[in-house]
Design a protein around this ligand. Structure first.
Ligand code: GLU
Length: 297
């Protein structure tokens, strides 16, 4: 469906980690980001965040893509895999290093916790070797307030926002913050729509985004942000692959989508409940702009 409100510069994304199939909660993140992009006439990209092999399930990427297809959530362009982007992450790390914004840290989690609830910058001037150690971002200008379309102005506690977060882990794996910011910048993402569990780390991501703008002398506009409500399990915790939320069943796609649309606060007309996924999505896409105008989480 072509939106009258076509914004060809809008680029959104859904970025699942292949640690298992999509569950009811990740379907909400996929649907919310899809509707926001399509309602704006924008692009919707899919990025598989496979940078943490110990937590990945072989084949989960293919299952996730089949689940998106079955639910009518068709993406634009090729699927991007973070496991193919090592050179990009390394070059961003090198740029930060050249600018004096990177240092090595050998503190254990226990040592950090014994000092404070957050990392205090203990290793900043210790001059440790990069090999075999975690690499931390020297956080000189932390972003502490961010504007979210659904949450409004969000202030993140200063100690947390100002922490020297990890960019490369001690085991040599890339940290999520570095990978996500590098890819969002590189892919020209203008809108981030995802679950509210990622609202607080967004302060770090914006800080890193701005630091890269400066050190690379390549300003890329900060993305607009919208963090969606989370689906909670009966125990009150966020549904997640780690706590074994059940996979959504492709054979129940129409019913799953009806539930997901309802969870986002939209009331499908009765004749569309459980109808073909394309019909439900067309309706939700048309309703989305007015629905989210006053949406608060
Ligand atoms: N890969 C992350 C996850 O599955 C989402 C990252 C993002 O949307 O920025 O929780």
């Amino acid at each position: 469906m072509v939106s009258s409100n076509s914004d060809t510069s809008y680029r959104g994304r859904f970025a699942p980690s292949p640690s298992g199939p999509l569950h009811a909660g990740s379907l909400i993140a996929a649907l919310g980001s899809y509707l926001d992009a399509r309602a704006a006439g924008g692009q919707w990209l899919v990025r598989i965040e496979d940078i943490d092999p110990p937590r990945e399930v072989p084949g989960a990427d293919a299952v996730i893509l089949s689940q998106l297809e079955a639910h009518g959530l068709h993406w634009d362009g090729p699927v991007r895999y973070q496991s193919q982007q090592h050179a990009l992450y390394q070059s961003h790390l090198d740029d930060l290093h050249s600018a004096g914004l990177l240092y090595a840290c050998d503190c254990t989690r226990k040592q950090i916790k014994a000092r404070a609830p957050y990392y205090t910058g203990f290793c900043r001037s210790r001059g440790l070797a990069f090999e075999q150690n975690a690499l931390r971002f020297f956080n000189r200008n932390p972003v502490t307030t961010l504007n979210d379309r659904f949450h409004g102005a969000v202030t993140v506690q200063a100690d947390w926002a100002g922490e020297d977060f990890v960019l490369r882990r001690r085991d040599g794996l890339w940290a999520y913050q570095l990978a996500v910011v590098s890819d969002d910048r590189e892919q020209g993402i203008t809108e981030i729509v995802r679950g509210s569990d990622l609202l607080t780390p967004t302060a770090w991501q914006l800080t890193l985004w701005q630091a890269l703008n400066q050190v690379q002398q390549r300003p890329v506009n900060l993305p607009r942000l919208a963090h969606l409500p989370l689906v909670l399990g009966s125990d009150g915790r966020k549904l997640s692959k780690q706590n074994h939320a059940p996979a959504i069943d492709n054979n129940q796609a129409a019913a799953n989508l009806t539930r997901a649309i309802g969870f986002l606060g939209m009331h499908l007309p009765t004749d569309l409940e459980g109808a073909a996924v394309e019909l439900q999505l067309d309706w939700a896409q048309a309703k989305w702009p007015s629905h989210v105008e006053n949406f608060t989480v």
